[in-house]
Design a binder for this molecule. Structure first.
Ligand code: 6YU
Length: 501
């Protein structure tokens, strides 16, 4: 459809979902679209920075499942943003269910490097259990409440059989490896602990085929290219929205008023794309009247946790030449634990794994460390010097080299970002498909006789299967734009002339 639609649409947030919604609406002939963005930039959780001369991703890293079905991949191809390997048909066909295999080095807290083959069986068992965890959703039942409980219980049972000939030291080390893998899963899922991720709902997240790839020029290139196709001045920066007044029954012609610090903006429709972390914290101030209870409960039930990155650059590699991923395994953690008891003293234990930035010719010897949960949130409160000191001690311990010193260290701070309040969403215990449905439901709800589609909701936490990803966010923006487009397409010409055309 392309018509001249005069409806006044305001989008809150200039992350990928907001930008995608604006793009779709403008292309369909809506010419009164604007985005209000709290910060001074577009991209939100897509944020490219630098470490020395290197481009690094402070937020989203990979295209998860880069293949034809993935709209981020299609756009990245269109704008020529990818390396040739990412385009290779064989890479698009690879399907690893969200857990791509990396060439791995494993170091222990006593300063030893393990033979990865010795841990192969344990890593396989863990991968199998994660795969099994995702099956309960379609089976309609869950033997235990959380993914963490399931993994621990199954490892115990399977170890009794499969590890029965193994000596106590090896058995203990394998359990320590499970602790490490659980911590890594916390980072992947954006949760404090896998004990907080619901087992039955875990399978709601769907993966796409394709070997995860990165943007050599930075993920922000995607946002910039989409933005370049929008009219200039469409985004108002440094314009935080404080309150959305909807169901304005007195002035039917302007059902929504958006309150900013120094301006009140009227609109026919508003698309809210603020992160779930922001919604959890500010919903009561953000909506007048408040969100209906069922929607509010879904905002509260869905999980939204912190995953941060700590980039570390070394002068020389101390890992194998072909290594892509490094695990740091604490040898006193055989309780299959993914959280620390004394966060202030031991937060560093949660910094469990690092991926090496490749190719080395481009990045040098830079790795990206993953740290999730409350330990990660505490890390954000420390000074850069304190973080650098503790990270340096960690590497000295695990390499057994008392003088090794990183050249540079840089960390992200997503929890203390006031417009994000964490990293991404997850299906916490008690969540179901219905919560994601509720998240995307526009206001007023269907039962109401008031003017429809006053407040629409997009953003990663509103996608039923691709929540927590860039492609999920992008698709949610298109979905809500399409909802408005369909609304105006279905109006008769007399209705249209009376309303907004
Ligand atoms: C992906 C990846 N990736 C790592 C890290 C992070 C994220 N993601 P936005 O927040 O972008 O925009 C909202 C805007 O609203 C923003 O600009 C605000 O400033 C603004 N705003 C807020 N309040 C406002 C107000 N009041 N007024 C006005 N404006 C306001 N995704 O595909 N690949 O590698 C990663 C990663 C550290 C933090 C990621 C990744 C998530 C994406 O970044 C994120 O979903 C989208 O960018 C969100 O876009 P948006 O528009 O919705 O919001 C198997 C299995 C298990 C299941 N889980 C699997 C997890 C897989 C995901 N993993 C991701 C991991 C990494 C590494």
């Amino acid at each position: 459809m392309s018509v001249n639609v005069n409806a006044n649409v305001v989008i809150i947030g200039s992350g990928i979902s907001g930008v995608a919604a604006a793009h779709r609406l403008v292309n369909a002939g809506f010419h009164r679209v604007r985005i209000l963005e709290a910060t001074g930039r577009s991209g939100g959780r897509i944020k490219t920075g630098t470490l020395g001369d290197n481009i690094v991703e402070i937020g989203a890293n990979w295209i998860h499942g880069p293949s034809e079905e993935n709209p981020v991949f299609r756009l990245a191809c269109k704008y020529r943003l990818l390396d040739p390997e990412a385009l290779a048909p064989e890479n698009q066909a690879k399907d690893y269910g969200g857990h791509p295999p990396f060439v791995t080095n494993i170091f222990c807290s006593s300063g030893r490097k393990l033979n990865t083959d010795d841990m192969y069986q344990t890593l396989e068992m863990f991968a199998e259990l994660m795969n099994e965890s995702s099956k309960f959703e379609s089976q309609g039942g869950e033997p235990l409440a959380s993914v963490g409980d399931f993994v621990r219980s199954e490892v115990q049972q399977r170890a009794a059989e499969e590890w029965k000939d193994v000596d106590a030291t090896t058995r203990s080390l394998r359990q320590c490896m499970i602790s490490n893998m659980l911590k890594l899963e916390c980072s992947i899922n954006g949760t404090h602990s896998m004990d907080e991720v619901g087992l039955g709902a875990y399978g709601l997240y769907k993966t796409l085929p394709g070997l995860d790839c990165t943007f050599p020029g930075g993920y922000e290139g995607l946002v910039k290219n989409v933005m370049s196709e929008l009219p200039s001045g469409l985004v108002t920066y440094n314009q935080p929205v404080r309150c959305v007044h909807w169901n304005n029954t007195e002035k039917r012609e302007d059902p929504v008023t958006i309150e900013c610090d120094e301006e009140r903006i009227v609109a026919d429709h508003v698309i809210v794309t603020v992160p779930l972390g922001y919604l959890k914290k500010h919903h009561s101030a953000l909506f007048k009247p408040p969100l209906p209870l069922h929607k509010l409960h879904s905002v509260q039930r869905l999980g939204f946790g912190t995953t941060n990155k700590i980039f570390v650059e070394f002068d020389e590699p101390w890992w194998d030449a072909d290594c892509e991923f490094i695990h740091l395994v604490w040898e006193d953690e055989d309780g299959m634990v993914d959280k620390v008891t004394d966060i202030q003293r031991s937060w560093i234990r949660k910094l469990c794994a690092f991926n090496l930035l490749k190719p080395t010719e481009r990045y040098g010897h830079v790795m990206c460390g993953w740290i999730a949960g409350h330990e990660s949130e505490y890390m954000e409160t420390l000074s850069e010097q304190e973080v650098a000191h503790t990270v340096t001690q960690l590497f000295r311990r695990f390499t057994g080299n008392p003088t090794i010193t990183p050249r540079r260290i840089m960390r992200s701070q997503w929890f203390h970002d006031p417009w994000t309040c964490g990293s991404y969403s997850n299906t916490a215990i008690g969540c179901s498909e219905q919560d994601l449905e509720n998240m995307m439901e526009p206001l007023p709800t269907k039962e109401s006789k008031s003017q429809p589609l006053q407040v629409l909701f997009a953003g990663e936490a509103t996608h039923p299967n691709y929540f927590s990803t860039v492609h999920g966010a992008l698709l949610s923006g298109w979905r809500e734009a399409d909802r408005l487009i369909a609304h105006y397409s279905s109006m008769s010409s007399s209705e249209l002339s009376k309303s907004k055309l």
